[in-house]
Design a protein around this ligand. Structure first.
Ligand SMILES: Cc1cc2nc3c(=O)[nH]c(=O)nc-3n(C[C@H](O)[C@H](O)[C@H](O)COP(=O)(O)OP(=O)(O)OC[C@H]3O[C@@H](n4cnc5c(N)ncnc54)[C@H](O)[C@@H]3O)c2cc1C
Length: 277
């Protein structure tokens, strides 16, 4: 196996399955059937043949004993956690935060412009679901949600063998995460918290599963998404950014990089002189 993939740290599972060597391919097929296929059908409730290739390629097989989910150079949580990081970013004189406010109640469309509270704005960045923005006029985009259950182990510093463990064959749940193992500084912490993720269909009115966590990208949903993108192009001053607005799964590091790049589009647009009413 190592010989066949010499010099590679990680290999997408489909490359192993489709390898010309019969033994390697048989091993890949066994792994695919027992781990990937069972995990994916539980996670996505979509036949593996219909799901976007990206889902299959996202998690590859390590050609070593590296137990991490991904082999990025930098990983873990920010030193003081995401809450502190965002608190610091938002603590800026140009930023006003309004919590528990549905932006859709403030957004209206007029001609080729989007208005906020009935006022003309130079630009509006929307990070919510694109189908909701346009009142589901072409139909609902599919999302998967999770029921995340938390367990606290007061007398234990280490519960799982790694920070994240997948359970492709377990009943109902797909993954457990132990946050303590990702933290920079655990001084003064007592015990450990483990979350267990149970995938659910997304239903915004349900008691559980009311968060659209993961866009389910298939040929059909991608076509529907493109209709919404076309719709958004009718309005000059709206920018759709992020995993819900762009209907794709984005890891945190990609999301930050993407937001910085995306901001350059907005800057360019503003510098070229948007039309204000
Ligand atoms: C369960 C789960 C686990 C993950 N684990 C990892 C991981 O281990 N590593 C990693 O790198 N990435 C992980 N991610 C991905 C990471 O969370 C995303 O990349 C990141 O949060 C995307 O940021 P975003 O701004 O695009 O979207 P979001 O973080 O979803 O932000 C969109 C914001 O828009 C708000 N919004 C939506 N609609 C409206 C509305 N109508 N009015 C007002 N506000 C609205 C939402 O409340 C939300 O705050 C995970 C994601 C999920 C769902």
């Amino acid at each position: 196996m190592r010989e066949a993939f010499r010099g590679r740290d990680r290999v997408p599972i489909l490359e192993v399955v489709n390898h010309p060597d019969a033994d390697i391919s048989a091993f890949g097929r066994m792994l695919f059937d027992k781990a990937f296929k069972t995990y994916i059908s539980k996670m996505w409730d979509t036949p593996v043949e219909e799901i976007d290739q990206y889902v299959l390629e996202r998690r590859s097989m390590a050609m070593s004993y590296d137990e991490r989910v991904a082999d990025f150079d930098f990983q873990g949580l920010p030193k003081e956690g995401f809450t502190k990081l965002f608190e610091r970013m938002l603590d800026h004189r140009n930023i006003r935060v309004e919590l528990n406010t549905d932006a859709l109640e403030h957004i209206t469309f007029e001609g080729d412009r989007v208005l906020y509270d009935g006022q003309h704005v130079d630009c509006l960045v929307f990070t919510g679901p694109i189908d909701e923005l346009f009142g589901f006029r072409y139909g609902k985009l599919p999302y998967r949600s999770l029921d995340i259950r938390w367990d606290y182990y007061p007398e234990c510093d280490s519960v799982l063998p790694a920070e994240g463990v997948s359970y492709p064959q377990a009943p109902g749940y797909v993954r457990k995460i132990e946050y303590r193992k990702m933290m920079y500084d655990t001084t003064g912490l007592k015990g450990s918290v483990v979350s267990t993720e149970y995938p659910l269909p997304y239903d915004r009115d349900a008691e559980k599963g009311n968060e659209p966590y993961y866009p389910v990208v298939t040929e059909e949903s991608a076509a529907l998404y493109r209709k919404y993108v076309e719709e958004s192009r009718k309005y000059g001053n709206i920018f759709l950014c992020g995993r819900l607005a762009e209907f794709r799964y984005i890891d945190m590091h990609t999301c930050v990089e993407h937001a910085l790049e995306y901001f350059e589009n907005i800057r360019e647009y503003l510098e070229d002189g948007p039309v204000t009413g």
